[in-house]
Each structure stands twice: as structure tokens, then as C-alpha cells.
Design a protein around this ligand. Structure first.
Ligand code: ADP
Ligand code: XUL
Length: 535
């Protein structure tokens, strides 16, 4: 009867999930979140971040994450759960964000005093006061330097799994070393949010796992080691400032006495943390190639496990390590719920009316199509808002509704071919997964069975499942991944594709691909892809 604890240190909140697993048990016994803005107004964040006057710099004071972890310790101690039954702990961090520590950190982490708040002990260790986070896009010039040094966009994507992105940690470190050389010089260790939080638990510097390490543009994806040329291009003497890369299931150490004495934990194993996307992969039960996950949230993402370090030929996707071994590929669409809401609001509909119109219109929409780029799009790269309607009057509410959902579903299908061509099942989650009419269109466009996974915090659950898997492995009684996730990631809805609709979309897809490629080229988006192919 062992318990396993997973955390999710995300942009706006810290969540903790405790599962009771093994011996036929698969119960979630605790899931609670601390909202950063509400709980810690003294840090002055809005939606968990601080936005710079330049409009592109986005940071979070790292002390906020420390304070939240300590507060969650107190909440767990008050939960009535016997924390000494927790056998292992892991976690999920927002990807790309980084934490900069002085040489003092090694000593302080090893001697945390349970009589003093964690934040008071850790706050003096930061050599960069504000941690850049994934919403930051202030490093265009730094990306250009990295890209150039590594031989162009295609070369950096093939080496690291992604082209140079502004939010990725390599460019963020380059900017720091360039703008604040003295503070960079006194930086002894640079962590990701994930490895930093694991270090607080273990009381020692934790490694970075290949899941989150791949979000830096600094890791050789195939060998899962730091790429020396990338480190050299990013900043002087970077290699000695980075933690080691270790397996996602590595045992970092034993939970520090701080946590045991202060909150009543036992000597739990601390397992390496990973990024939130890799942890969500596990939390949604995506462990076999051919399975695809679709998250219909603020943005839409399509992702899945892959066995080889593939990369998106169009340069828009990402490949990270999968915490279950192998890799995960991911494509993100900025025009997700925002675009659906745009069409809904344009016609003064509610979600019920939106769904009725969608269900009441024929597959293929009588030839009408929409490139739903109401805001600049990531996939394909479209640098400015540029929605395009084809053979369709946007004032026709029912057809406009169908056009936005079909356009999104066809884009997901087209831009996930590099992930897998043979989709077995699609596991879908996120706010819009509550809408069955939308799910039917996606099942039809992919011509694949679609299942909906109950809306929990998939990253935090995934971290708890990873703690379970890693702990059993370390104890010499490993559990297969299929058995790890079974019972925790069961579908609450199944949607089968409609054969007639699927046939319509098979014909329609090449046409949609041509239409959107031409539309993207018109607004300059194609240039990014051309640059990628030639590079
Ligand atoms: P995130 O985690 O990215 O903040 P969520 O996964 O919570 O987002 O999804 C929130 C979105 O879900 C809202 O922006 C809303 O557009 C969408 N949503 C909620 N209910 C429905 C519905 N019935 N049909 C379509 N979309 C919905
Ligand atoms: C992924 C990304 C986001 C963050 C969100 O590349 O930037 O999904 O991980 O926390």
C-alpha cells in the first residue's frame, strides 16, 4: 500500500497529486493546486508572470516557486494523509524556464534548516533575480547567433529536436551572459524549473532529464548528452554550469531532512523531474507509438510517443525525450480555443448553439474552407493574424462554425504526419474536449477512434505515475508502463469515425494543404519554411 507524489510547477500554479498504486490499486487520493497570484500577491505576478515594458520579456521571480513548494508541504501535512507512506516523489515543470544559482547553493541545499522558511534560505542564492519563462520572446538576436553557429535552422533542429526558439533555454542563457556578464560570471549552476525543484526536495543539485533537456536547444537529441558546439555558442564555460543529463527515472537522492522533519514525510526517493509536456504524455497514458494525444486548451497541441529522434520537416514542431524512454513529438497551434471562440462570438452563439450547428452541417462544408489564423500562427508559421476564408460567406454562421473546426482538425492531421502516419487511437483532453461535436469532426478527419481522458491535471498525475514506475524499478521489481498507467488514464467517452465523412476528408486534405500553404506564403509565412528547407 504505497503512495506516490507528483508535483506540477506550472506557469500559474503548483499542483500536487498523490496516488495509491500497486497491488491492484489505482486511486488518486489527493489533488490540489496553489494559485500563485492569489496565494503570493507579494511577488506581484499576473497569471504567474511579470511582463517587461518592452512587451516581449516575460519572467517569474524564482523565489515564488520556492515559497509555493514550502506552502504545498504544509497543505500536504494538513491533508490527513500519512506522508510517511509516500515511497517516491517526482514532478513536472513548465518547460524552458531557467534558474541561476551561485556557488553557495551547493552548501545551502545540503543543509536546509527546517526551523526557517525555505524561501529565506534559497532567495540569497539567485544570481539572476528574474527567471525567464516560456512566454518570453525577447531573444530573437540570440536565436540568430545559435542558428548561425550550428549551421542553420535545419541543422539545429536535427541536432536538438527543434529549431532555435526564443523561449528555449539556450537563447535565454546567451542573452543573460551578453547583458549581465558579471552576474553570469558568478553563476555556478543553471537549472531548469524541473531540475531546480527536484534539487529543493533532494537537498542537492538534481540532473536534467532528456524530456526537459530537449527544450533548451543545447542537448544532442540522439545521444541525450549536452551538445558541445551548442554550449560553446550559447555562453562561455557553460558546460561546467549545467547539471548532468540523466534518465527520467533516475533516483536523485533521498528526500532532504528539511521535508521529513518539518512536514512528516519519510525518507522517500526523489525521482528526476521532467517537463510538463513529457509528464502529460504519461498522465494521458500515451506510451505506445501510433497513439496520439490531442489537447484542446487555450492553444491546441498534438503529440505522441515516437521511437526515433525524428524532426518536423517544416520546422514548426518539437521533439523532446519521453520519460518512458524514446521520444515524444509535439506540434502546437496557437489558434485553438481562441479561434473557436472568435467564430462563436462573431455569431453571438453559446457552446450549445455552436455544437448544434456543427453537428447539423455536412462533412466537407460544401467545399468551403478556413485558414483559422485569427492570431499569428505557430504551425504553419504565419507571422501575423491572417484568417482566410475560401468559397464561404463568413456571415453564414453554421458554415463558419464548421469551417473553423474542420480547418483546425485538418491542420492537426497534416502537421502530425511527421509524428505518425498510422494513428491507432487518439487520446483527447482539455477544455474543448467536453464538446462531442468537435470530437466527432476530429475522429472523422483522422479516420481513427478517439477516446476522451477525464480532465485531471495530466502533468501532475504523470509525475506521480513516473515516481511509481521509477521507484519500483529502483527497488528491483519493475512494473511495465502499460500497467503503470492502467486504471489511472481510462477513457470516459469513445468516438468512432463515420466512414462516409472520413472518405470526404481523405479527398479534402490535399486541397486544404494547398490552400493553407498558398495563404501562408501570401503573408510571409512560407519564407520561414523555405529558409528551413534550404538551410
Ligand atoms: P488551458 O489549460 O490551456 O488554460 P483548458 O484546457 O482549460 O485551457 O480549456 C479552456 C478552453 O476550453 C476555453 O478557452 C474554452 O474555449 C474551451 N471550452 C470550454 N467548454 C467548451 C465547449 N463546450 N466547447 C468548446 N470549447 C469549450
Ligand atoms: C512547450 C511550451 C509550453 C510550456 C508550458 O514548448 O513552451 O507548453 O511547457 O508550461
Amino acid at each position: 500500500m504505497a503512495l506516490y507524489l507528483g508535483f506540477d510547477s506550472s506557469t500559474q500554479s503548483l499542483t500536487a497529486t498523490i496516488i495509491d498504486a500497486g497491488s491492484g490499486r489505482h486511486d488518486v487520493v489527493f489533488e490540489q493546486a496553489i494559485n500563485f497570484d492569489e496565494t503570493f500577491p507579494e511577488f506581484g505576478t499576473a497569471n504567474g508572470v511579470m511582463r517587461g515594458a518592452d512587451g516581449v520579456t516575460v519572467t517569474t521571480p524564482p523565489a515564488l516557486w520556492v515559497a509555493a513548494l514550502d506552502r504545498m508541504g504544509a497543505m500536504l501535512a494538513d491533508s490527513g494523509i500519512d506522508l510517511s507512506r509516500i515511497e517516491a516523489i517526482s514532478g513536472s515543470g513548465q518547460q524552458h524556464g531557467s534558474v541561476y544559482l551561485t556557488a553557495e547553493a551547493t552548501r545551502v541545499l545540503g543543509a536546509l534548516d527546517p526551523g526557517r522558511p525555505l524561501v529565506d534560505q534559497v532567495a540569497p542564492l539567485f544570481s539572476r533575480a528574474a527567471s525567464p519563462v516560456w512566454l518570453d520572446c525577447s531573444t530573437g538576436a540570440d536565436c540568430a547567433v545559435l542558428t548561425q553557429a550550428l549551421g542553420g535552422t535545419a541543422a539545429i533542429a536535427a541536432l536538438t529536436g527543434s529549431r532555435a526558439y526564443e523561449r528555449f533555454t539556450g537563447a535565454q542563457i546567451h542573452k543573460f551572459a551578453r547583458q549581465e556578464p558579471a552576474n553570469y560570471a558568478r553563476t555556478d549552476r543553471i537549472h531548469l524549473v524541473s531540475s531546480f525543484m527536484a534539487s529543493l526536495l533532494a537537498g542537492r543539485h538534481a540532473p536534467i532529464d532528456p524530456g526537459d533537456g530537449a527544450g533548451m536547444n543545447l542537448m544532442d537529441l540522439a545521444s541525450r548528452t549536452w551538445a558541445p558546439r551548442a554550449l560553446e555558442a550559447a555562453a562561455p564555460d557553460l558546460a561546467r554550469r549545467l547539471p548532468a543529463i540523466d534518465d527520467s527515472w533516475a533516483v536523485v537522492g533521498t528526500l532532504a531532512p528539511y521535508w521529513q522533519r518539518k512536514y512528516g514525510f519519510g525518507p522517500a526517493r526523489v525521482i528526476a523531474w521532467s517537463g510538463d509536456n513529457p509528464c502529460s504524455l504519461i498522465g494521458l497514458g500515451l506510451i505506445a507509438e501510433g497513439q496520439l494525444g490531442i489537447s484542446l486548451g487555450t492553444s491546441d497541441t498534438v503529440f505522441g510517443p515516437v521511437s526515433r529522434p525524428v524532426h518536423d520537416p517544416q520546422g514548426a514542431g518539437h521533439v523532446f525525450g519521453s520519460p518512458a524512454g524514446g521520444y515524444m513529438a509535439l506540434t502546437c497551434f496557437a489558434n485553438g480555443s481562441l479561434a473557436r471562440e472568435r467564430v462563436r462570438d462573431l455569431h453571438h452563439l453559446d457552446w450549445d448553439a455552436f455544437s448544434r450547428m456543427l453537428a447539423g452541417t455536412p462533412a466537407g462544408n460544401g467545399g468551403g474552407m478556413l485558414a483559422p489564423w485569427f492570431v499569428p500562427e505557430i504551425t504553419p508559421p504565419v507571422p501575423q493574424a491572417a484568417a482566410r476564408w475560401k468559397d464561404l460567406d463568413p456571415s453564414d454562421a453554421a458554415r463558419a462554425v464548421r469551417a473553423v473546426v474542420e480547418g483546425q482538425a485538418m491542420a492537426m492531421r497534416l502537421h502530425s504526419r511527421w509524428i505518425t502516419r498510422a494513428v491507432s487511437t487518439i487520446r483527447v483532453t482539455g477544455g474543448a474536449a467536453g464538446n462531442e461535436a468537435i470530437l466527432q469532426v476530429i475522429a472523422d478527419v483522422f479516420d481513427a477512434e478517439l477516446v476522451r481522458i477525464a480532465p485531471r491535471n495530466a502533468a501532475s498525475l504523470g509525475a506521480a505515475l513516473r515516481a511509481y514506475h521509477a521507484s519500483r524499478l529502483a527497488a528491483g521489481s519493475p512494473v511495465a508502463w502499460g500497467d503503470v498507467v492502467a486504471g489511472f488514464t481510462e477513457p470516459n467517452l469513445r468516438v468512432m469515425p463515420n466512414a462516409t465523412a472520413a472518405a470526404v476528408y481523405r479527398q479534402r486534405l490535399p486541397e486544404y494543404e494547398r490552400f493553407t500553404a498558398a495563404a501562408a506564403a501570401e503573408v510571409g509565412g512560407q519564407r520561414a519554411e523555405d529558409g528551413f528547407r534550404k538551410a
